[in-house]
Design a protein around this ligand. Sequence first.
Ligand code: FEO
Length: 166
Amino acid sequence: MLTKKVEKALNKQIEIEANASQFYLSMASWAETKGFEGVASFFYRHSDEEREHMLKLIKYINERGGHAIVPPLEKPPKIFECLSHVFKDLLNHEIMVTKEINKVVDICLKDKDYTTHNFMQWYVAEQIEEEALARHILDKLKLIADDKGGLYLFDRDIVNMNPTKN
Ligand code: FEO
């Protein structure tokens, strides 16, 4: 059984993952309207991944005798200034998600819930990858700056930067 505190923390994490999915979906849509097909496909996939992170939590809570709550979603921004801003937003968002995951891990330890602590290690590892990827992409964008040809190639190549591509 989950303690009330752990259940509450996991339910909050469901909300965070759901909102990340929504946020990245909005980025995908914006990129698509700007002609950045590669970036759009990157964010569509990223949005799907966040939904999977959310589903994993829902199933875990229910399997452990808790009740996973499907949360309302925040309205994401629909306009973004430029590609660099989009990826800065991505990195900042992932840094926030990492902090929240660390809070859940901390609550698990305080409540001596080692099973959930173990379950959360998957998220801890995932966050290292996601933050590193966002930083890597931002470094590339810094190099490209306003070079249109560079942006064209970036948009083409970003599909290969997705860690979950098959
Ligand atoms: Fe599920 Fe990008 O954190």
